[in-house]
Design a protein around this ligand. Sequence first.
Ligand code: AHR
Length: 503
Amino acid sequence: MKIICGRKHVVGTADRMLYGHFLEHFHRQIYAGVFDPSSPFADEDGFRQDVLDALRRIRTPIIRWPGGCFVSAYNWKYGVGKDRVPVYDKAWRVEESNRFGTDEFIKLCRKIGCEPYICTNAGTGTAEEMSDWVEYCNLRSMGRYAKQRIANGFSDPHRVRYWSIGNENWGAHEIGAKEAREWGRLVRESAKMMLRVDPTIELSAASIPDLDWNLNLLREAGQYLDWISIHGYWGNTKNGTLPDDYDTVILHTGADIAGSIDRVRAYLTAVGLEKKIRIAFDEWNLRGWYHPNLMDSWDRDSLCGEDEAFYRDKVLGERDKNDINAIYTMADAVFSASFLNTCLRNCDLVRMACFSPVVNTRGAIFTHADGIVLRPQFFVFEMYSGLLRDTVLQQWSEDVPSISGHADDETKTVDAIDVVVTCGDKGYAVSAVNKDPKTAHTVELRFLDGTPREMRMHTLNGPSPDAYNDVGQTQVGVTVGTWTPFDGTFTLPPHSVNVIELR
Ligand code: AHR
């Protein structure tokens, strides 16, 4: 495989928010995830210090919260103040204690050093409730909500810059689902009220790569928006614990992802907003979350009342299947790196991405009573956020090896090698993914404006495509080479994610 590139041919500057994350009130992401006052690892505010350390290690730039489907029936006012009244979570059909709310979320972000990104309730919520939330967070002292925040012990505003109006309100699965036309109007009216509270905030709105949905949204509310939010999960979750195998997963790294970005780019261009509005891929993961699909099952015999056994076994017990660490293998690392490379190749438009989620469920960090497990995806974020430079170069490639197979009831062919070249003041950093499960591949990389003299290779890998980490087992990790002369080529081991530094 040959690649040619040069500093004069630039895609754009990659925003660090491409390496962002998402946390929802679902299963063990918040409670027993980042927030666990009963844990021996808990700090004075109840946050797990081992989890905070891991999030700092991957330089988390932004966290989106509190949902996801959860938010579409969430009343934020129950989650602030001294008396936190438990409520029934109609999205996920469990009790929400409300012990973790806005102020705890802001504390979390301040401890990690990342931006808070709040997704508001456009399901059962109103423009007034959304703008009240902005008052609570961002007004210094005017009005009842800022005064409530002060009374709750936060004299300074939280200064939340990033806000999303709604979550997947386009889908029948969502509480408060909307038609395209009503969605555009609700976003417009909500945006007007939120911006009248704080005109400095940046606003996103739930969207999908669909023409009618976007044309309505952008015509009605485009003037108020800075972002458009799209989501993607590609791996099978039909039976939760039997996920797609490695060979199937790498076939998901193809045109589907780039295609959704291309379609949204086309919609923005069609209405002349491609210079104003950026894409926030603010929920993405290879694997959709496994939640027994209670939202749509009305088997009255098993779902009646508050049957303790039903909740223990059928709701919470089923969700614990997300915690099987053997599910998360080098397939997850290879997919995640390929996804981020697609975002980097579109970094002129895709400026934020939130891995969904980052702690537990399908996340990069798994918590247990005695510590944490770093799943393969974790190291992708550590390498990308720590090593890649900010400028993404265009590239010309030829002789790219490919892999074909059968997935989603069709034959798919994807590039076996996925490379993105970045540069900065301190030379180059090349992300290079070898999806091939069996064969190493050598890449010839030529620079139009002078070849670097030395290279250092960082390789994320395990003994097989199905290697994984678990409690008491470490099969997947990063090896760092030494600086060696660069002859214009590097060789990528099978099923590996690599970052090659060049200087
Ligand atoms: O499976 C989790 C859900 O996926 C999120 O709550 C929602 O935003 C998406 O549909």
